[in-house]
Design a protein around this ligand. Structure first.
Ligand code: SF4
Ligand code: SF4
Length: 139
């Protein structure tokens, strides 16, 4: 069970998709507390990182850097919830879900980040396609 009062949300975006997407909808849903962010209190902050490219190996130094910054800010990894952006973990208009998801999840766990949520912005069009069986359901 993930604490719904974390201090920081970290969104992991796909290195390929951010070449085409500004991330506006993830940002907007966070501030409006929509989609997968709906239960977070007002004071929770967020940041984004990218996976670093296939096959997600470059997440390792980014997570080490994040862990160091958290320690210096008197925060722990348990104060953080990691969200995989919807375009990483679900069927979407940009591309297939990431084939390296489980690998990246294992990497996060190995680095001590255990609060992991699949999804960020929930697109109405993608939801309709899920309902119609065109897209796979959320895990
Ligand atoms: S979920 Fe949507 S808005 Fe967020 S990074 Fe992916 S494509 Fe961009
Ligand atoms: S590892 Fe996954 S999330 Fe990262 S660039 Fe490749 S497909 Fe995108």
């Amino acid at each position: 069970m993930i604490d719904d009062s974390p201090e920081l949300i970290v969104i992991i975006q796909c290195e390929d998709v951010v070449k085409r997407c500004s991330g506006f909808l993830c940002m907007n849903d966070f501030y409006e507390r929509l989609g997968k962010f709906e239960n977070y209190p007002e004071e929770v902050r967020y940041m984004t990182i990218t996976c670093g490219g296939c096959c997600g190996n470059l997440l390792t130094p980014k997570l080490e850097n994040l862990g160091m910054r958290l320690r210096k800010a008197n925060m722990t990894k348990d104060d953080v919830v990691i969200h995989f952006a919807s375009c990483v973990c679900s069927d979407n208009a940009h591309r297939q879900p990431c084939p390296f998801m489980n690998r990246m999840k294992a990497l996060l766990n190995r680095k001590g980040f255990n609060n992991i949520v699949l999804g960020t912005h929930v697109s109405k069009k993608a939801e309709a396609k899920r309902q119609a069986g065109i897209y796979r359901k959320w895990e």
